[in-house]
Design a protein around this ligand. Structure first.
Ligand code: HEC
Length: 116
């Protein structure tokens, strides 16, 4: 009788992946660069802050904002159009290679959150 109850409990809890697992080794450089250059506005794990939107969000999935949109954002800045945080300035501290690594990290976060 007691055993039956335990089994029932075990299978009823779906696993939550969002923000969950450890960052894979090959993405840690991107995470470090994201935290140094983007997280002040886009938040830890790209979850957003008072100064900028979450990048872990449907509107930034690869089909709507592909990887070139990230390169353009970092190189030229962004005129506010989706939100009311104001414009994003261009980010001087990052090279296109840095942004490549940052995008890989952000895509991984988006995937963890089930966005695509
Ligand atoms: C000073 C704050 C700030 C920083 C730092 C910042 N962003 Fe942004 N970012 C914003 C804001 C605000 C928006 C939203 C603009 C809007 O209303 O669509 C934005 C939008 C974006 C977009 C969407 C662009 C589009 O085409 O709509 C991308 C991609 C992006 N940021 C990437 C980055 C990356 C990568 C970094 C780090 C290299 C970074 N941001 C650093 C404030 C910031």
């Amino acid at each position: 009788m007691v055993v039956g109850l335990l089994v029932a409990c075990d299978s009823s809890q779906p696993k939550q992946a969002v923000g969950g697992g450890p960052v894979p080794g090959e993405l840690q450089v991107g995470e470090t660069k994201f935290n140094a250059n983007c997280a002040a506005c886009h938040g830890k794990q790209a979850a957003g802050t008072d100064h900028g939107p979450p990048l872990v969000h449907k509107i930034y999935e690869p089909n709507h904002h592909g990887d070139p949109a990230f390169q353009r954002a970092a190189a030229n800045g962004v005129k506010a159009h989706h939100w009311e945080f104001g414009n994003m300035p261009k980010i001087d501290g990052v090279t296109p290679e840095d942004v490549d690594q940052i995008v890989k990290y952000v895509r991984w976060l988006q995937k963890q959150a089930g966005i695509f």
